[in-house]
Structures are given as C-alpha cells and as structure tokens.
Design a binder for this molecule. Sequence first.
Ligand code: AMP
Ligand code: MG
Length: 193
Amino acid sequence: MSIISKDIQKAVQLLTDEQLVAIPTETVYGLAGNIFSEKAIKSIFSTKKRPFFNPLIVHIPTIDSLEDIVTHIPEKAKLLADAFWPGSMTLVLKKSDKIPDLITAGKDTVAVRVPNHPVTLELLKQLPFPLAAPSANPFGSISPTKPTHVERYFKDNIQMVLDGGSCSNGIESTIIGFENDEPIIYRLGALAL
Ligand code: AMP
Ligand code: MG
C-alpha cells in the first residue's frame, strides 16, 4: 500500500473515532471533523477558539452527496456546481434536518462544497459522512497553506495532519447564496484562480 493510502486510512480511522484531522484542500488546510459528531464539531470550535455564531462549511465528495444534506437545489446552483465542482466555490443552500444546528450556527441554510484536492477527495469518498472543515488556524490567525503551518498552530491539539503538499490557491473559497433561486455572491474568493 502506498504511503498516501496508509495516511488516508489512518485519517478515516481517526475521523470515525470523532477525532479531528487537518486536511489539504486547494484553498487552505482545513481542520476537519465528522459533521454528525457533536464531540468532533465542538472540538473544532474549541481548538480554533472560533465563536459558535460563525458557521462551518461542509465538504462532500460529489455533487450527488448534496441531496442528503439540502432540501432544495435551485437550477442555477446545479449549473454552478456542474461548472465549478470540484473547486473553490461554496454554495449556501436550504439545509435538511440531518444537518446539526451547531454546523450552521442555527441558520436554516448550510454552506457546502466539493474541494479540488485528490487526497481529500479520496478521503471523503471513503468516509460514510461529510466533513466540516474551517481553516486550520486559530480564530483570527492567517490560514495555513502547508502542513508545517498547521503543525506550528496545533501540534499539541490534533492527532494528524494529512499531508497533501502546498495548497495551490492559498485563498478561501468564493461563497454563493441564493435569494428566490437567484445567486448572490456572499464572499469573493479563489474561484477565478
Ligand atoms: P471558512 O471560515 O472559510 O470556513 O468559511 C466559513 C464562512 O462561510 C463563514 O464565516 C460564513 O461567512 C460562511 N457561511 C457558512 N455557512 C453559512 C450560511 N449558512 N450562510 C451564510 N454564510 C455561511
Ligand atoms: Mg478561516
């Protein structure tokens, strides 16, 4: 077995045990946990010292996984997802009851994306649950784009940094929400890179 698939297996194990793993994406490194584990999600907020009113982005392996976590996909959301996923675009859509309120800070919408990084896509495909993953830095600090950055921040707090090399974009995702099914840009980000 290759080193990278051993690492992915270790990450699957830790995440299944409700632990956190830092994961590579094309934007920045994320601090990831099982979206259905209250323990893991609370530990994302406490490790980052992130306030609970700041909602998390849910990471999924394919467009098809959307159907489980949202109740409505506007036609233009489908077009955008087809055009830009996997990629640095986050869509904010009406959440299904399966998504815990902790993830969305009590909102009735959930932010979701398919990241464009081969290691994390493989990890997501092997997991039976999506991952919540804000950037792997303490709240207010600069986002990490290399494994060593994450280790510097969280060496003593997390069990694993899944090494996927340097992030190719280094900038957060573009966030797009919908009003009356029309797209609205909430945050300009790495989409155009
Ligand atoms: P990040 O810090 O890059 O993980 O992105 C998280 C950001 O996504 C939050 O700070 C919000 O700006 C945005 N976000 C997440 N969920 C929602 C939501 N349900 N509605 C609007 N914006 C959201
Ligand atoms: Mg951040």
